[in-house]
Design a protein around this ligand. Structure first.
Ligand SMILES: [Zn+2]
Ligand SMILES: [Zn+2]
Length: 306
């Protein structure tokens, strides 16, 4: 067994993209350092609403941000969970988040989709005849921003990892989905409070699913292991497996693809979409018709009936 780069103990992992063998303690330190670097780079201060689904990425994020907030007086965190109404899966997710938030002493806000907007994700997907993952994405984005804005938070933190981000961008390239490339988001989107838009941070943007999983295991963080039953068969899952062979050849390929696209995007001359307030809900949208994606989706649901 190799030795840890920073001490005499055996390495439990070698991060291939950095050629870095690490013991358990130094891996935890390294992981926290990566998260902290993103916060420092964008001078994140204030109250952060941490979106937690119960999966390994967001549970690792909640744990890491809580550790940071203990030593950084300028950062406060609150956990936020949406019960999406996806059968047993949502109940199990809510239970695991509740238990863990209590265990680490973090305040948790739970939002029940059925109670707040009258419909669950399966109901909305069925009546709108749109893919459940697309529906869920639109709804979560709107709810995160609304709840954070109404409760005076400065930022919403979400648990995207490099495997997710690179797969979305790879799929966009392979399908000529230029819209997704142009709109590619980095690890940080600044707040625009006059537009009722709260800032977004994605502190695990360049961390892999494997690193999040290892962090969860080393810290004994409970997580929901099963995948969302509605996501089975989603095309993103199929594209994801392409990475296995590319990563064997070049361990930094996911990070490099994302960095390349963000660099290209910053050089592109594109009309910055004008943000306007949605005529229905008052939250920001880039839509020329002035109705946000969430309100358009809900209109569609109400038109088609239950
Ligand atoms: Zn070590
Ligand atoms: Zn709206």
């Amino acid at each position: 067994m190799r030795k840890c780069r920073f001490c005499e103990r055996p390495a439990i992992v070698r991060l291939r993209y950095a050629n870095l063998p690490l013991c358990d303690e130094h891996f935890k330190k390294y992981y926290m350092g990566r998260i902290k670097k993103i916060l420092d780079k964008h001078r994140i201060r204030g109250e952060i609403l941490v979106a937690v689904s119960g999966g390994k990425d967001s549970m690792a994020l909640l744990h890491a941000l809580n550790e940071i907030s203990k030593v950084e007086d300028s950062i406060g965190i609150t956990a936020f969970h949406i019960n999406l109404g996806i059968y047993d899966y949502s109940q199990k997710s809510e239970d695991v988040v509740k238990k863990f938030a209590k265990e680490i002493g973090v305040v948790l806000i739970t939002y029940y989709l059925k109670k707040e907007i009258g419909h669950t994700i399966p109901e909305i997907a069925r009546t709108s005849r749109r893919p459940p993952c697309a529906v869920c994405g639109i709804i979560k984005r709107w709810v995160f921003n609304k709840v954070a804005y109404e409760n005076g938070f400065d930022y919403v933190a979400t648990g995207h990892n490099i495997d997710d981000v690179s797969t979305i961008l790879l799929k966009a390239l392979l399908t000529q989905d230029i819209y997704t490339i142009i709109r590619a988001q980095s690890e940080f989107s600044p707040p625009k409070i006059d537009m009722k838009l709260v800032g977004r941070i994605r502190p695990q943007f360049y961390l892999s699913e494997m690193e999040n999983r290892l962090y969860v295991e080393l810290n004994n963080i409970p997580v929901i292991e099963e995948a969302c039953p509605l996501s089975i068969g989603a095309t993103t899952h199929k594209y994801r497996s392409i990475w296995d062979s590319i990563l064997r050849m070049n361990p930094a390929s996911q990070i490099n693809l994302v960095r390349s696209i963000l660099k290209l995007r910053s050089q592109m001359i594109v009309d910055e979409p004008q943000l306007v307030q949605c005529k229905k809900c008052g939250y920001p949208t880039e839509s020329k018709a002035g109705i946000c994606a969430f309100c358009r989706l809900m209109e569609r649901v109400h038109r088609t009936g239950e």
